[in-house]
Design a protein around this ligand. Structure first.
Ligand SMILES: *Cc1c(COP(=O)(O)O)cnc(C)c1O
Length: 388
């Protein structure tokens, strides 16, 4: 079976299964051993070496989905990011990072890098020219995130990949928001792709995990550092992640379809001031998104009109949950000004376009009609409470 020819749902269901030779069970057995007999071959299996049977086999599914030779599963998205960065950066090196970045990644860079003597520049914007302008003679890595959180800006993946190639700089991407179902950055020339598997790969808000995928050569380099840092995932959770990923394409496609409809519905709504969704024609990078994504994903943001307070609206929702995390099968909303971006001042938030009315919407798999009525009833309730 050639993996390239397999359809997405077949990869999700079958690639990386461990055959149960002993009992012929339908699903992969879980190998929880932390101790394995030495083989004749030079392979020492140990959970922290990222090479237990469950870790090794699930990595094949992720590699198949991201079109890479190899992959590794980590204990969290941040373990994936930190191990990946530290594998390619050392004292005296410099990294260029996109200005709009997942908060944890940005904290890791700002709080830890000076201890290692690693220099960094956050870009001014997210255009290729902004990345080029930030490059220094000692730049070793460029890291991007697209679509970005929470305004869903789109970075030109091929443009940044070519920039890196032309200067001999490694390019990495946080592909969490798109998931491998909606975007395959390796095909656009990016060197290394990572995921917070806590989000779409897990998909049920019950697993904390991460993943990195690339060539065998790059993954070997990451492995050499990761085995020292020790951010591997327990095999019980690896197994849960395998089970979740069987429905990855089904889930993400259903979520994406809902997001299309909800973005269109919100865009036409009289009480909604603005919608941020790359699938909308009025999104500034709609054409770019169309050229580099297979579909536009299931994350969107919107602003209610000024006289409907976003916080009061959130409190009136019955079905959609106010929640920090994202990408589960259930729809969730949050206010970035109150959560992910609460440490910034009002001025800083205004500068990057995050208003107090901005609501980030992680669209789930529920029936569209029910999500729509939940939003409508919450708007009506907020209006009547405000003006009563
Ligand atoms: C959640 C998230 C992370 C961090 O992942 P954890 O699994 O929470 O460590 C990184 N990047 C993005 C875009 C995320 O949404």
């Amino acid at each position: 079976m050639s993996k390239k020819k397999l359809g997405l749902n077949t990869i999700c269901t079958h690639v990386g299964e461990i055959k149960d030779e002993q009992f012929k069970g339908a699903v992969s057995p879980i190998y929880v051993s932390t101790s394995y007999e030495f083989d004749d071959v030079d392979l020492k299996r140990y959970p922290r070496y990222f090479n237990t049977p469950n870790q090794e086999f699930l990595a094949k599914k992720i590699a198949a989905l991201e079109h890479t030779e190899a992959a590794m599963i980590f204990g969290s998205g941040m373990a994936a990011i930190s191990h990946m960065f530290l594998a390619f950066l050392q004292n005296g090196d410099h990294i260029v990072v996109q200005n709009t970045l997942y908060g944890g990644t940005s904290n890791f860079i700002r709080e830890e890098f000076h201890k290692y003597g690693i220099e960094y520049t956050f870009t001014e914007g997210y255009k290729v020219s902004d990345f080029e302008a930030a490059i220094q003679p000692n730049t070793k890595l460029i890291h991007i995130e697209t679509p970005s959180n929470p305004l869903l800006t789109i970075t030109d993946v091929k443009g940044v990949a070519n920039l890196g190639r032309s200067k001999g700089i490694i390019t990495t991407i946080d592909n969490t928001f798109a998931s491998p179902i909606n975007q395959n950055p390796i095909d656009l020339g990016i060197d290394i792709v990572m995921h917070s598997a806590t989000k779409y790969l897990g998909g049920h808000s019950d697993i904390l995990a991460g993943a990195v995928a690339s060539t065998q050569e790059h993954m070997d380099r990451i492995w050499n550092v990761s085995k020292n840092l020790g951010g591997s995932l327990s095999d019980m959770t690896v197994w849960m992640l395998e089970r979740s990923m069987k429905t990855l394409a089904l889930r993400v496609k259903a979520q994406t379809k809902n997001a299309h409809k909800l973005a269109a519905f919100l865009d036409k709504h009289d009480d909604v001031a603005k919608v941020y969704y790359p699938g909308l024609k009025n999104h500034p990078e709609h054409e770019l998104a169309k050229s580099q994504m297979k579909d536009f994903g299931a994350m969107l943001s919107f602003e209610l009109v000024d006289d409907i307070d976003a916080m009061s609206f959130m409190k009136q929702l019955h079905l959609i949950k106010p929640s920090m995390s994202l990408a589960g099968v259930e729809s969730t909303m949050l206010l970035p000004a109150e959560t992910s971006h609460s440490l910034l001042t009002q001025d800083q938030r205004d500068d990057i376009g995050i208003s107090n009315q901005l609501i980030r919407f992680s669209v789930g798999i529920e029936t569209f009609r029910d999500l729509k009525s939940d939003i409508n009833q919450a708007i009506t309730k907020t209006k009547t409470t405000t003006f009563a």
